[in-house]
Design a protein. Structure first.
Lengths: 245, 385
């Protein structure tokens, strides 16, 4: 069943609620990075500098602290910000693993370690992201969601409710067995109906920048596999192209 | 083997796996590939020299040491070994020295009356998550470690350690036939052909690939057992006896003489006690050892009394007495009174179970050496007036 056939009448009202001008509400989170921070590598020097009470080596320090605060890695305002328990634990774990570097090869390892520490400390937002990820991977294999930008972001944008309680993600789970549709389906729908709101919605998803989210979701997936089907992890890491020495 | 290699990670992949606390799922199939190599054995002289070096380092003097070491080295080249003898004769130290002589690690365990196949082979253990997880028993854990060492040698050829062995102290404290019964077949021989056909079944492993473990031909069990406490130990069946070579470690035969009142055994025991005192409490005592000859005389007469009713005082018991004596000397106690009390406190309590003739003989020995406290303790122990 195509999403347009499954979503019923409530979708138009929902779309009006989440698309306001050029802005689109982002929906449910699958990664902790702020819009100005798209990978963990940048956090490595910042967390170290915060630990030592040094100035951050970045132009917009206020924004950097805001990004780290949103991730629960620091508390307080710049320049009196300090590491939270999660910030300290993450930095320590990165050092322990030898991934306290800015290498792209270790990006998934850093994300996985960040998530692992958040899970250990019970940081609710991270656990919510993991719960959502587990729900998605129960519907389709991880590779389906990691395949392209659209698949990676669509569930998040859909999984939000309007004031009437309508939630298209939940509708597609209940009615279409979790078939959310691909990029082409949604563009086709938007083109057919000349729906400006729908076009804005689809464009926003298609133009999202996937780097941080993909790595973080891969980190959560590695965490999930290690606990549910450990034999599969080495093959999965190879499939993702994470290099061996 | 191939499957296991696929589980090995390095570089960023290994760091990512570590970040999610990943551990390779158990798979013991590779142990079949490391059954083959026999013990590396340069030559008898080299191995026995190493064993003697280790014994000297531990200040242990064994009776008829050359012959004893040779017998045990030969026994281990063939299979598993039981060292039997009175308590305190250095069996455990000897087992460690034998392992060192062969460049083998030694996993040490002590049998108890509670031992079952769970302790020897393994089973399921409740885990913190409310479920059950596999737990390896002593033989399986030690054999697995042995297999890892053989594999490491095969892959890198740079390991001096060639094997891991298992030491089971107080072997007959356990109902060992019951505990070890399921391993009877595999223990029958250390030949590779036999071991390839007789993997140990690990029924409790969740992963099917981990349910068979092949024991390397280099694996050995050295058991020690006290053959004196017959009231407290279990008998060993003929079936199990056939799977081990039994060598007796007795007390030294040499006694003090007029020309040489202190034997090599006592000199080594004294050195051991001094080292212990310096290492543990940073204390030193003067080297006056006239009293050592008197203690030697006491022990000689307990071991070899004129009427032939002996008590096998082990070297370890002598060391225990010497440590107490040296501690008391270090705190300024009267010397011979200190020896008397040390014998009373450390040696006499082990005389429970002696017969009337032995008691009478030992009381005479104590009287002859003016060991009033030891005599009083012995009378108390045997209920004599």
């Amino acid at each position: 069943m195509e999403p347009r056939n499954a979503l019923r009448d409530g979708f138009a009202n929902w779309l009006e609620h989440i698309v306001q001008g050029s802005r689109v509400r982002a929906g449910r989170r699958l990664e902790p990075f702020g819009t100005s921070l798209r990978n963990s590598a940048r956090l490595v020097p910042w967390l170290g500098q915060t630990e030592r009470g040094e100035a951050l080596t970045v132009t917009d320090r206020v924004q950097a602290v805001a990004d780290m605060r949103a991730m629960h890695l620091v508390f307080g305002e710049y320049p009196s910000h300090r590491l939270t328990a999660l910030g300290s634990a993450t930095l320590a774990r990165w050092r322990e693993l030898g991934v306290d570097n800015e290498s792209r090869d270790d990006e998934i390892a850093r994300c996985a370690a960040l998530f692992g520490q958040a899970a250990r400390l019970g940081v609710g937002e991270y656990l919510d992201m993991y719960g959502f990820w587990c729900e998605l991977t129960a519907i389709r294999p991880a590779e389906h969601w990691l395949a392209d930008v659209f698949s990676l972001y669509l569930p998040s944008y859909l999984d939000q409710s309007d004031p009437s309680g309508y939630n298209p993600f939940r509708v597609l789970i209940a009615v279409a067995g979790g078939e959310l549709g691909g990029e082409q389906d949604w563009y086709h729908w938007a083109g057919t109906e000349h729906d400006k709101l729908l076009a804005t919605f689809v464009n926003r998803i298609a133009k999202a920048r996937p780097g941080g989210r993909r790595a973080f979701c891969q980190g959560m997936e590695a965490y999930r596999i290690a606990r549910t089907e450990p034999r599969a992890l080495p093959g999965k890491l190879a499939e993702w192209g994470i290099p061996h020495d | 083997m191939t499957e296991q290699l696929e589980m090995r990670l390095s570089g960023a992949a290994a760091r990512t796996a570590a970040a999610v606390d990943w551990a390779p799922p158990p798979d013991h199939g590779w142990t079949r590939d490391v059954v083959g190599p026999a013990l590396r054995f340069p030559d008898l002289d080299t191995v026995t020299a190493r064993v003697h070096e280790e014994l000297a380092r531990g200040h242990v003097v064994l009776p008829d040491a050359d012959n004893l070491v040779r017998r045990c080295v030969h026994a281990l080249l063939v299979g598993h070994l039981v060292l039997q003898g009175p308590p305190g004769t250095g069996k455990t130290t000897f087992a460690r020295a034998l392992a060192a002589g062969f460049r083998a690690e030694l996993s040490e365990s002590t049998a108890t009356s509670d031992w079952t196949p769970f302790h020897v082979v393994g089973g399921l253990r409740p885990d913190s998550g409310g479920g059950f997880s596999a737990s390896h028993g002593h033989v399986v854990a030690a054999a697995l470690r042995c297999a890892e060492l053989v594999q490491a040698e095969q892959e890198h050829a740079d390991g001096e350690t060639q094997a891991n062995w298992l030491l089971v102290d107080e072997f007959n404290r356990a109902d060992i036939d019951k505990a070890i019964g399921s391993l009877f077949t595999v223990l029958a021989s250390c030949d590779a052909d036999h071991l390839r056909k007789t993997p140990v079944e690990l029924w409790f492993e969740a992963e099917p690939a981990a349910r068979k473990l092949w024991i390397p031909a280099r694996f050995r069990i050295i058991a020690s057992m006290n053959d004196l406490d017959t009231y407290f130990v279990n008998r060993i069946s003929q079936g199990l006896t056939r799977r081990f070579q039994f060598v007796t470690v007795g007390v030294p035969e040499e006694t003090g003489t007029a020309e040489q009142p202190v034997t090599e055994e006592f000199r080594q025991a004294y050195a051991n006690a001094q080292e212990w005192l310096a290492r543990t409490y940073a204390l030193e005592v003067p080297g006056d050892t006239e009293w050592l000859a008197r203690l030697q005389s006491v022990v000689d007469r307990l071991r070899h009394p004129e009427n032939g009713v002996s008590w096998p005082v082990g070297t370890a018991q002598v060391v225990d007495v010497l440590r107490v004596v040296l501690l008391r000397m270090a705190s300024g106690a009267q010397l011979w009174a200190g020896v008397d009390e040390a014998i009373a406190d450390r040696m006499v309590p082990q005389m429970a179970g002696i017969d009337d003739e032995q008691a009478s003989t030992f009381l005479e020995v104590f009287a002859a050496h003016r060991l009033a406290t030891a005599a009083r303790e012995l009378r108390h122990l045997i209920g004599a007036p």
